[in-house]
Write a protein that binds this ligand. Structure first.
Ligand code: CP
Length: 295
């Protein structure tokens, strides 16, 4: 049994294997054969894509899925997360898919319980490794390669676990030209991967991939005096701005989107958008991740 806690704990060949396995699941469904293995979905934060796609993925490979309703669990009576997980593990649950607002809590669970496998479905602002694998598969399907691409990340990068994991994933896969394009308020304090660009024309020129990120409503205060209207005026990806990128550039967004803030309706629903391909890839990627976790 293995954990998947962060994408930068995987090496390039392992990511390539997971993407290859995901690709086979895009084409063919496996025989269900693991009814005796129980998986618990533990979502302490809201989710549509991640929770449902893990449930579908687990079902496709024959796992028995238990969605824990945390609003009615004994945690409401004061039980700790660790005691909840230990309790579920004692009933025979071996795989835990966990989303929690506390960074690295899932790592802590994995250190306490060595006989179970933990998959990080998003921990605070820290990491979202399976979303990064989905994004890498989508880029690979559209572009075939990673190294020569110009990938522009646009939006609230500072508070985004998706950005953290995707930047690590692109770096592992050898992408050479990564650009971070956003307002200063949404830049990480330390930029470890990619170069910062605040001029939208310079950033988008020659872009192969534009990854837009949610401007989180709860983070709007970070803009200080600046209004959301000003952010939109400066950075919202509209058709005119998209035309600055290569004509075959793809537009991505991990969801959920704030239409009209980080990108316009016309771009979100336009021919260069692969946003729903990302959603579709959620199931095969998570099937491959669950298979990996069970090895
Ligand atoms: N991308 C993503 O994690 O979406 P959900 O919050 O809907 O799971």
């Amino acid at each position: 049994m293995k954990n998947l806690l962060e994408i930068n704990l995987l090496d390039k060949s392992l990511i390539e294997n997971i993407l290859l396995q995901s690709g086979t699941y895009v084409e063919n469904q496996p025989q269900a054969n693991k009814q005796h293995i129980n998986l618990a979905n533990l979502f302490y934060e809201n989710s549509t894509r991640t929770r449902v796609s893990f449930e579908l993925a687990a079902d496709q490979i024959g796992l028995n899925v238990i969605n824990i309703d945390l609003a009615t669990s004994s945690e409401q009576k004061g039980e700790t997360v660790l005691d909840t997980v230990k309790t579920l593990h004692s009933m025979g649950i071996k795989l835990f898919v966990m989303r929690h607002q506390q960074e690295r809590l899932v790592h802590e669970m994995s250190r306490h319980i060595k006989t179970a496998s933990f998959i990080n479905a998003g921990d605070g602002m820290h990491a979202h490794p399976t979303q990064a694998l989905i994004d890498l598969l989508t880029i690979q399907q559209c572009k075939g390669v990673f190294e020569p691409l110009r990938v522009v990340i646009l939006g609230d990068i500072k508070h985004s676990r998706v950005a953290n994991s995707l930047l690590s994933g692109l770096s592992i896969m050898g992408t050479r030209d990564i650009v971070l394009l956003t307002d200063t308020a949404f830049l990480p304090d330390k930029v470890k991967v990619g170069k910062v660009e605040q001029n939208i024309s310079d950033a988008l020129k020659g872009a192969d991939v534009i990854v837009t990120l949610r401007v989180q409503k709860e983070r709007i205060n970070a803009l200080g005096e600046k209004s959301v209207a000003q952010y939109k005026a400066d950075y919202c990806l509209n058709e005119e701005r998209l035309a600055l990128a290569k004509s075959d550039a793809i537009v991505m967004h991990p969801g959920p989107m704030n239409r009209g803030i980080e990108l316009s309706d016309a771009v979100a629903d336009g021919p260069q958008s692969v946003i729903l391909n990302q959603v579709s890839n959620g199931v095969p990627v998570r099937m491959a991740v669950l298979e990996y976790a069970l090895t």
